[in-house]
Structures are given as structure tokens and as C-alpha cells.
Ligand binder design. Structure first.
Ligand SMILES: *[C@@H]1O[C@H](CO)[C@@H](O)[C@H](O)[C@H]1NC(C)=O
Ligand SMILES: *[C@@H]1O[C@H](CO)[C@@H](O)[C@H](O)[C@H]1NC(C)=O
Ligand SMILES: *[C@@H]1O[C@H](CO)[C@@H](O)[C@H](O)[C@H]1NC(C)=O
Ligand SMILES: *[C@@H]1O[C@H](CO)[C@@H](O)[C@H](O)[C@H]1NC(C)=O
Length: 223
């Protein structure tokens, strides 16, 4: 096997996108997993890394400043996570993790609304063929209300329970989504980006194993 001369590395089969194999050495995770928040919500952001010595820093661009770091006027840093206990509309912007050496993680657009409706979609890479569930939520009503979903400005579906599942997503499902709940209002819009499976590759090196070195990673592109 490929691993025979690398005894210190524990090898396992991991299916992962080419993008994550080659460029994403850290992944920004958002908890709760959503691109949209209500004013006053709590969020915890973390840089999940396979090499903790890389020194990842969480940064953001908002209307209040460019490339500012967690703790620098916003957020409470704790190890590799950063909490914003009370989100405000000026916290809307692009968030990412950055290492001293330069590589950056995925970028996540967060939108904080002063309105009363949000569209929740998971902050995960969406691969072609996946099912994706969107939830239209109000700030004040705990139960799910009927909602209308829009893509690129056009009504695509009305759902009685506020959930919409897009099955087997393809590139044509990419776009700007929003929703509307009668009597409550409209959510902000968020992009849903679909990662193609044509460049799916196999990484024969387990990311969980700390001994794995980038040089040992073997990447195969399958077409
Ligand atoms: C953040 O803002 C800077 C300065 O305007 C810009 O160069 C950079 O590309 C922005 N980064 C992101 C991730 O939007
Ligand atoms: C931060 O990390 C240190 C050492 O890795 C650990 O001892 C500490 O408990 C962590 N703090 C929190 C709040 O997780
Ligand atoms: C940040 O949020 C996480 C998850 O809720 C929590 O475990 C952690 O203690 C928080 N840290 C700070 C400094 O508030
Ligand atoms: C973030 O939002 C801006 C403005 O809507 C858009 O131009 C940009 O492509 C988005 N970036 C990501 C990573 O979604």
C-alpha cells in the first residue's frame, strides 16, 4: 500500500472534497449552525484544525472594520473558539480562520437581522447529491409556521411547517435564498453554494491522526 514506508502515520480511507484536501487545513464551524441570526442571539465560532501548532486566528470583515481579530473589539476568545454572546446587526459580515503562514479556512457570511424572521441552513459544505433542509423561523413563535421560500427572487415553494428539503442538490440549486412568513415578515438572503463531485478525491491520510504530515498526504483526483 501507499503507507508501507510511513509507519508513523495511521492511514485510513477518507472521502473528502479536493478543496478540503488541498486548501482547507482548518474549518470554521458555527454553533448553532446557521448563516442567519436574530439580534441578541449567542454564537460560538471555532477554528477546527488538524494541526493545533498552526496558530489559527479568527478574523472578520464587517462594516465596522476589516480583518479584525476575535477579542479585538468583538467576541470573547477561548482557545480556538470565539463567542459572541449578544449578536447585533453590525456583526454581519464575512468570518474566516487564518494562520500565520497564510492559509485560510472556508469563509462564512453571517447575517444578523433586527427583523423577526430568519432562514436557517446548515453551515456545512453542500455536495452535489446531498439533501439540504432549510428552516424558516420567527423570533417570537416557537412552533413552525407556514412559510414561502424564494430562490433568486422567485417563489419556489410554500411549506406548511416552515421546512423545505431540497433533495439531491445539484449546481442548479445554487443561489440566493430567502423565506417569508405571513404576518411576520421576510428573512435576509443567504447564498447556498454547492460543491461539485467531479473533483472528489480520496485522501489516504486520516486528518484525526496528529502524526500525519501534509507531505504524507496522498491525493487522487477521480473524474
Ligand atoms: C476583507 O477586507 C479586505 C479589505 O477591504 C479585503 O482585501 C479582503 O479581501 C476582505 N476579505 C474577505 C474574506 O472578504
Ligand atoms: C484551553 O486550553 C487549555 C490547554 O489546552 C485548557 O487547559 C483549558 O481548559 C482550555 N480552556 C477552555 C475554556 O476550554
Ligand atoms: C463559549 O461557548 C461555548 C459553547 O457554548 C462554551 O462551552 C464556552 O464556555 C464559552 N466560552 C466563553 C469564554 O464564554
Ligand atoms: C458574502 O456575501 C457577499 C455579499 O452578499 C458576497 O459577495 C460574497 O460572495 C459572499 N461570500 C461568501 C463566502 O458566501
Amino acid at each position: 500500500m501507499f503507507a508501507s514506508n510511513q509507519p508513523e502515520c495511521h492511514f485510513s480511507l477518507v472521502l473528502i472534497s479536493l478543496l478540503s484536501c488541498t486548501t482547507n487545513q482548518a474549518r470554521l464551524t458555527v454553533s448553532p449552525s446557521s448563516f442567519q441570526f436574530f439580534e441578541g442571539d449567542f454564537v460560538s465560532l471555532s477554528c477546527e484544525e488538524d494541526d493545533s501548532s498552526a496558530g489559527w486566528t479568527l478574523r472578520r470583515n464587517t462594516s465596522k472594520g476589516q480583518r479584525t481579530q476575535c477579542g479585538d473589539g468583538w467576541g470573547t476568545p477561548t482557545n480556538s473558539s470565539c463567542n459572541i454572546s449578544v449578536m447585533a446587526p453590525h456583526d454581519s459580515g464575512v468570518y474566516w480562520c487564518e494562520s500565520r503562514e497564510g492559509p485560510i479556512s472556508n469563509m462564512v457570511n453571517l447575517t444578523v437581522t433586527g427583523g423577526s424572521v430568519i432562514l436557517q441552513s446548515p453551515v456545512l459544505p453542500v455536495m452535489e447529491g446531498d439533501d439540504v433542509t432549510l428552516l424558516c423561523k420567527t423570533k417570537t413563535t416557537p412552533s413552525n409556521l407556514p412559510a414561502a421560500f424564494y430562490k433568486d427572487g422567485s417563489l419556489i415553494r410554500k411549506q406548511p411547517t416552515g421546512h423545505m428539503t431540497i433533495q439531491h442538490v445539484s449546481r442548479s440549486d445554487e443561489g440566493l435564498y430567502k423565506c417569508d412568513i405571513s404576518g411576520h415578515g421576510e428573512s435576509p438572503s443567504s447564498w447556498i453554494t454547492v460543491t461539485g463531485d467531479t473533483l472528489t478525491c480520496l485522501c489516504f491520510c486520516s486528518f484525526q491522526h496528529s502524526q500525519c504530515d501534509d507531505n504524507l498526504m496522498t491525493v487522487f483526483a477521480l473524474f
